[in-house]
Design a protein around this ligand. Structure first.
Ligand code: ADP
Length: 441
């Protein structure tokens, strides 16, 4: 071969190599751009190439797997989004920690429960929530392959209106990992549940005690009568009167308990109908007049703007029970020669009835509690006067069921005023469902 031919072949081969390298470089550049686009989450177009050889094969393989990778990434993002929505919408607080007890994740409920925010991530959990009980729950979860269940008490983060501890049920799940993974902790606020349980227990204890006391008296009087007193005419009549009194107390207690049970069940017990208020108030007042006069009490009734045509929509029996209870208390807790006054006023929306007395009054600290079941300022005095300690809790329940409100003001030794507002129209607040919580006063 002549020398020039050798040169020509050499230059041609070099040109071909440069061309191939150039094409490969273009493909490699295109692949790099596609990977950058993929990283940025943009849709990736296929790489056009007619190149043969390893780079061409790489580009074609890339074109085949890119849609699969894209759809997998999209699915992961959708799943992640769904998970975030689910966790964000959960009433339970969810926290994830790593093996060094650092916060990895907290959902919105956990943020609200413990006052966490985005800056909390990465910090030690026990630095963020200072609770020895939580520390125990974390250690118990991380120290075992099994799930942990327990309860912790936390001091409230909101000291107003009054500080109260929160009771949280904690469910801890260790995360797999070697030598140790982290943990997921789920918190459920059970404060209301525990408070209701305590109220229920107190209620049962109170009912048992209240039933036992008159029963014990009846038993003691009966035994004494059977022993010897039956033959003593003066004594036996007195004892029989005591037995009658105690039986009446038991009867009143059972009636009040039945009223409360009916109110708690909320089973359509009300018949809200147009009701002329003035005649009903007059009847209630007249029914206590005898007792008031026997005590030398002045009993005043001021209808104000109310007349016999003033109508509210409410259950008659409920309103009667409210008025009877309030007026009866006013007469009961007002010493001789005092006064009891019932005054009415009217607005476009409601009727207000105030029952005021010049009686013994209620100490400031007891005012808010008189509507609680079995709460009595002076137990002995209330029992002596035939009280059950349930009257005002029934009144409050009834007033709320009619969609009204009740308030009390009092000064010890000067007197007490209970004011009830009842809506004139059949308001949306009227309900036949139980008030929540069902054991509320
Ligand atoms: P009770 O059957 O003991 O009267 P209530 O629920 O009706 O129960 O009242 C609760 C407590 O509130 C009473 O024990 C009494 O201490 C107090 N109280 C209620 N009304 C009056 C009032 N008009 N004057 C003073 N104290 C009252």
């Amino acid at each position: 071969m002549p020398e020039w031919a050798g040169w020509t072949v050499g230059v041609g081969a070099l040109g071909a190599i440069v061309l191939i390298l150039g094409r490969w470089l273009a493909v490699v550049n295109a692949l790099t751009r596609r990977l950058t686009e993929m990283e940025a989450g943009r849709h990736v177009r296929p790489v056009r190439t007619r190149s043969l050889g390893p780079v061409g094969r790489l580009a074609r393989r890339f074109n085949e797997v890119a849609p699969t990778i894209e759809s997998r990434i999209a699915k992961l993002e959708r799943d992640g989004q769904q998970l975030r929505v689910v966790l964000g919408g959960m009433a339970e607080g969810v926290i994830a920690i790593d093996s060094r007890r650092r916060l990895l994740f907290a959902n919105a409920s956990a943020d609200a429960l413990f006052g966490l925010d985005a800056r909390s991530v990465g910090r030690f959990l026990l630095e963020l929530i200072r609770s020895p009980q939580l520390q125990e729950a974390v250690e118990a979860t991380l120290g075992s392959a099994d799930n942990f269940s327990g309860e912790i008490n936390l001091a409230s983060r909101e000291p107003f209106p009054k500080p109260h501890a929160k009771t949280l049920a904690v469910h801890g799940t260790p995360l797999p990992g070697s030598p140790q993974g982290g943990a997921i902790l789920v918190f459920h606020d059970v404060s209301d549940l525990r408070r209701l349980e305590r109220m229920r227990e107190d209620f049962v204890a109170n009912v048992s005690h209240e039933l036992k006391t008159p029963l014990a008296s009846i038993k003691a009087y009966t035994e004494t009568l059977l022993d010897w007193a039956l033959r003593d005419e003066e004594v036996n009549v007195r004892f029989l009167h005591r037995i009658e009194e105690q039986a009446e107390r038991l009867n009143q207690l059972i009636m009040d308990l039945l009223s409360l049970a009916r109110l708690d069940s909320g089973e359509g017990i009300f018949d809200h109908e147009p009701l002329a208020l003035a005649p009903l108030i007059r009847k209630c007042v007249e029914s206590v007049r005898g007792r008031a006069e026997a005590k030398g009490l002045a009993l005043d009734l001021d209808f104000g703007p109310l007349d016999d045509t003033t109508v509210i929509v409410a259950d008659e029996e409920a309103v009667r029970q409210i008025l009877d209870n309030l007026i009866d208390n006013a007469v009961k807790y007002t010493p001789e020669r005092g006064w009891v006054r019932i005054a009415c006023s009217l607005t476009a929306q409601s009727v207000s009835i105030e029952v005021a007395d010049s009686g013994i009054g209620i100490p400031r600290d007891d005012l808010a509690r008189v509507f609680e079941r079995f709460y009595r300022v002076d137990k002995a005095r209330s029992r002596e006067l035939g009280g059950t300690g349930l009257g005002l809790s029934i009144v409050k329940h009834l007033v709320q069921s009619i969609g009204g409100t009740i308030s009390v003001a009092s000064r010890v030794g000067e007197g007490t005023q209970f004011a009830v507002q009842l809506p004139r129209e059949h308001g949306s607040a009227i309900t036949s469902t139980p008030l929540t919580p069902s054991m509320s006063p």
